[in-house]
Structure formats: C-alpha cells, structure tokens
Design a protein around this ligand. Structure first.
Ligand SMILES: *Cc1c(COP(=O)(O)O)cnc(C)c1O
Length: 448
C-alpha cells in the first residue's frame, strides 16, 4: 500500500445540506479512467501531458446529431469541418460515418483528397482560395463556396479554360439577431449583395449555382438565429426559382452550434444550458419545411458542424508540477499542460477533474501551465480538492480546435492517443522532438 501524503488540517465552514442558489452542492468525483483505460496507464505508456480522444464519443455524438436532423427532415448531410480537428484518424471516423469534408484552405483540400474523400464531396469555403485552389476544386467537381466578388470574377474567368462548369454556392451573411454580426465573410442578405452575386452568376452562365451557404458565427447560444438564417436562404432560393426557373440543390447552414463547454463568465454550466442538437434541428428544419419549397423538390440540408461534434470527445491529461501560495494567500497549482496546447482555455472554463481519490477539503485554486509566460493560465479560478505534486488531472471537452491551433512554444507538442471502441489506445500523432523543430531550419554557412 502506498503511504498517504500528509495534508494539514483546515477549518472550514460547515455546509450541512444547505442548498445554495444552484441547489445542493454537488460532490465532484475523480475521473480515473477514460473509456475504460486508466489515466495512470495512459500516462505511463504515452507520457504527460497527453491528448486523448474517444472514438466511442466521436461516433455517438455524431449519430445523435444526425438523428436530430434526419428525424425532422428527409435529406441531411454532414460535412466535417477540417479546421476543427484535422487529425487523419479523426477525419476518417467522420468519413466512415458518412460525413463529407468541409475545408477552408488548399492544404486542407489536399488533406481531404489524401484521406480518400471523393472530390465531389468536398466543400471548399473561405476567403483565401488561390487561383490554383479554385482550378483544382473546379476540376474535381468540388463545391466551391464563393466568398467575395473578386473570387467570383476569378472563377468566372477560369471557367473558360476548364473542361467542366464549376459547381458553386455563395456564402451569405445576414442579420439573425446575433451581434456583433459576422459580415466579413460572404455577401450580405439585407443590403442586396447576395442577390446581386446570384444574378451575376446566373446571367454570366459560366458557373453552375448549386447551393446557398451561411455560417452565422460560432458557439451560437440561440437556436432561433438558425431559424432566421434558414428562412432567409430559403427566400433567396425561391427568388432564384422565380426569376430563373432554376432550382438549387442544397442549403448549407454552416457550423457554429455550441458544444457543452462553459463560456467564461457564464452563470451556469454550458452542459445544462446550451441548446441541444434537437433545438438547432427544430429551428432549421421548421424554417425549411414551412418555407415555399415544393415537397418533391426539397433541397439537401448540409451541416458543417465542428466543435459541437468533437469537443466532448477530447481530453487532456496533465500532471501537477507544484503548488504554491500567491502573495494574496490564494492557492495556485502549476500543471504540465500550457495554453499553447489548450488554446480554448482563453474562452472556456473547461471542466477539470482529479484522476485519483482525494479528501473532502476544497479550495479555490488558480491553475497555471508550465510556460514561462504570464498569459499561461488554464483556469483563473477552479474549486478543486487539494492536488499534490505528481497527481494527475483530466481536462474535459478539449476536442475542438486545440489540435489544430496548438503550437510548439517553449514546450513541444505531446502524443495524441485515440481510444478505440474496444478500449484499445492508439497513438494517432507522435510527440514532437527537437528534430521536429530543427528539421526545417537552415543555417547559413558562416553560422554553421
Ligand atoms: C469553422 C467553420 C465551421 C465549423 O464551425 P464550428 O463553430 O466549429 O461548428 C463550419 N463552416 C465554416 C465555413 C467554418 O469556417
């Protein structure tokens, strides 16, 4: 048996079953295992810090989301947002589940092709496509979502030299009651830019207008905003039908659904209060079925959901390096995972749980990462049991954006492990080494 660590006695106010304004105080439990694999075993075999992804959760959340939409609307297609997490293993799970690919750069486009995605099932978004990107996507029959007039003219110009008519949609931005409004991407609905772009495409006849796209923002806490957006896209589609006798094939509602994470400063946990897939699906599909689309000619509904699909499936396991008292008397704990790995800690209060048993005493605690950099704070305040040097913690809901926005800064990036549905861990990205950093560097001869 291990010798227990000494913990000094504390005097704390007794809370004998008194409910607070949020009801009874909940006891936090240690999370000692992820999908049946012990945290201890994971860190022994793969090191700390460690990113862990759950294949079981990825698939089950995806199926839940698909069901929410497909029980309400007959033609639904998800397209995995590559920038949210483009680890090959992750993309392949979504593609196996039937998801298309949604990419926003030439490199992501190439990655989707390398992952075996049919080019006709790649949606190419974003304001920064080069002429080469456009040519490649048009040749492959991919769905090109035009962001601005310059892109429209470049593509119209290229179309003359291409063997097939490029398939395009326009991205539309609009007032949905969410402010600040995202109006930097696409063409505005209210001031007529979107209708103008549609007319330019239809009159020139060089591009095949197959869809309408919007992506109203991210972590949108109002499902109703999606209803407004879907209604406006339906209006545009019906305008096209009326003026040109042309039916678009799909309406793409983009991403932006909130995950279960809690935004900083929120009063209640996001897992309790954020809209569910059912809420978003109800708003979007009601707007579409109640619009003027004929029942025999409903457009395909595409969803480019990113963070709401994968946040829950990601964990970071981290180890306590040290505890200290700040000059204010506040307890602070230094852990071995910094903000360079957990970008989303700038706006979320990620749930944090100890990975081993603990005593009753809890204290407000500031959690710092290991970087020698003042901004490296994982949580300004978390009410946690006492953690000792060498203890492990699990940081939850880290699956979205961290594995694409993370950076090598002061520390190198660690292993990423995927736990499969049989509880078998697989390294899906190896930890970096000095050679990862030095590899692409070149030293001029006089400095060699
Ligand atoms: C980032 C992005 C998404 C995914 O957004 P989430 O907020 O992660 O759901 C979808 N579509 C486009 C165009 C995007 O830029």
């Amino acid at each position: 048996m291990e010798k227990k660590q000494y913990e000094r006695p504390h005097i704390i106010k007794l809370e004998a079953g008194m409910p607070g304004k949020f009801g009874m105080r909940s006891e936090s439990l240690p999370v000692t295992h992820i999908d049946g694999v012990s945290v201890k075993e994971l860190t022994t075999n793969f090191g700390s810090p460690l990113f862990v992804l759950s294949e079981r959760t990825i698939r089950s959340v995806y199926r839940k989301a698909l069901k929410s939409f497909s029980t309400r609307y007959p033609k639904v297609q998800f397209a995995w947002s590559y920038k949210t997490n483009y680890l090959t293993a992750v993309c392949k799970i979504y593609h196996q589940e039937g998801s298309w690919a949604e990419v926003v750069s030439g490199f992501e486009y190439d990655k989707a092709i390398a992952n075996g995605v049919d080019p006709a099932r790649i949606i190419f978004n974003g304001p920064g496509k080069s002429a080469d990107d456009l040519r490649k996507a048009a040749n492959g029959g991919s769905l090109i979502h035009i962001d601005h007039l310059d892109e429209l003219y470049t593509l119209t110009d290229l179309a003359g030299e291409l063997p097939r008519k490029p398939l395009v949609a326009i991205r539309v931005n609009m007032d949905t009651g969410i402010y600040p409004m995202w109006d930097r991407f696409g063409f505005n609905y209210e001031n007529g830019q979107a209708w103008d772009a549609i007319n330019k495409i239809m009159m020139a006849g060089k591009l095949e207008l197959v869809g309408l796209h919007t992506h109203i923002g991210t972590f949108i806490l109002s499902a109703g905003a999606y209803g407004v957006a879907a209604g406006k896209l339906a209006d545009l589609a019906l305008g096209i039908r009326q003026k040109f006798g042309h039916d678009i094939r799909y309406i793409d509602m983009g991403g932006g659904f909130a995950s279960k994470n809690t935004l900083k400063g929120s009063y209640l946990p996001g897992s309790d209060t954020n809209p569910t897939f059912d809420d978003y699906a109800e708003a979007i599909t009601s707007a579409l079925v109640n619009s003027g689309f004929r029942p025999d000619n409903l457009p395909l509904l595409i969803l480019e959901t990113g963070r709401a699909l994968i946040d829950e499936a990601g964990y970071i396991i981290s180890t306590v390096i040290a505890n200290k008292r700040l000059s204010s008397g506040r307890r602070a704990t230094i852990i071995d995972a910094g903000v360079n790995l957990l970008f989303t800690s700038f706006w979320y209060q990620h749930p944090i749980t100890p990975a081993q048993g603990f005593s009753q005493y809890r204290e407000d605690n500031t959690l710092y990462g290991p970087l020698c950099m003042n901004i490296d704070c994982i949580r300004e305040s978390a009410n946690l049991p006492l953690l000792n040097k060498g203890d492990r913690i699990v940081i939850h809901y880290t699956g979205a954006y961290n594995l694409t926005q993370w950076m090598q800064f002061i520390t190198l990036r660690p292993n990423v492990v995927l736990i499969d549905e049989d509880s078998k861990p697989h390294v899906v990205r190896e930890n970096e080494m000095l050679s990862t950093i030095n590899g692409p560097e070149k030293t001029p001869p006089h400095l060699a």
